[in-house]
Unconditional design. Structure first.
Length: 171
């Protein structure tokens, strides 16, 4: 359980993490390649993006956790025009689709990073601010931004799975 002031947020987010990893765990490569439209990301790209975004914001911006978790989402090349290697993640190398096992591992490892912070932080800790590039955000803003990002892309995964005969996330 997280700190008293963050426990409801923590429990709900942890539940979403479990729904997401459970939905992905047994998907075949063909199911991971499903997408809503040709110009939209696949299930594997969405899941990789969720995990990599957690690592980016919590490690690169907030300075939390082991660099190895962040580094696991880096790629050697991007197949997306205009995306630099510094900013590229798993989802940006379409020539290297990720497996269900890799996605579950990435989500689990990035969740451990988030989990540790939510377990440790107090409501007062959320006011601490961080500067990156040309902006300043509070720890609370980053936490909420990553949570809404998880929910948004998790919803896309749920819709793709449900539209293709798989069980959607049971939220």
């Amino acid at each position: 359980m997280g700190p008293t002031g963050l426990s409801h947020l923590y429990e709900g987010w942890a539940g979403h993490q479990e729904l997401l990893t459970s939905a992905l765990r047994d998907l075949t490569p063909a199911q991971l390649a499903l997408r809503t439209a040709p110009h939209q990301w696949t299930v594997w790209q969405l899941a990789g993006h969720i995990a990599g975004t957690r690592a980016y914001w919590f490690h690169d911006v907030l300075g939390e956790g082991d660099a190895a978790v962040r580094d696991m989402f880096r790629v050697e090349r991007s197949t997306v025009p205009g995306v630099s290697l510094e900013d590229a993640g798993w989802e940006d190398d379409e020539s290297r689709p990720r497996t269900a096992a890799e996605l579950v591992d990435g989500l689990t490892r990035s969740w451990s990073l988030v989990h540790e912070c939510l377990r440790r932080w107090t409501p007062e800790d959320l006011d601490l601010t961080f500067e990156r590039r040309s902006w300043t955000h509070s720890r609370g803003w980053v936490m909420y931004h990553v949570l809404e990002h998880d929910i948004h892309h998790g919803g896309e995964i749920s819709q793709i799975l449900g539209s293709n005969g798989r069980a959607p996330l049971d939220v």
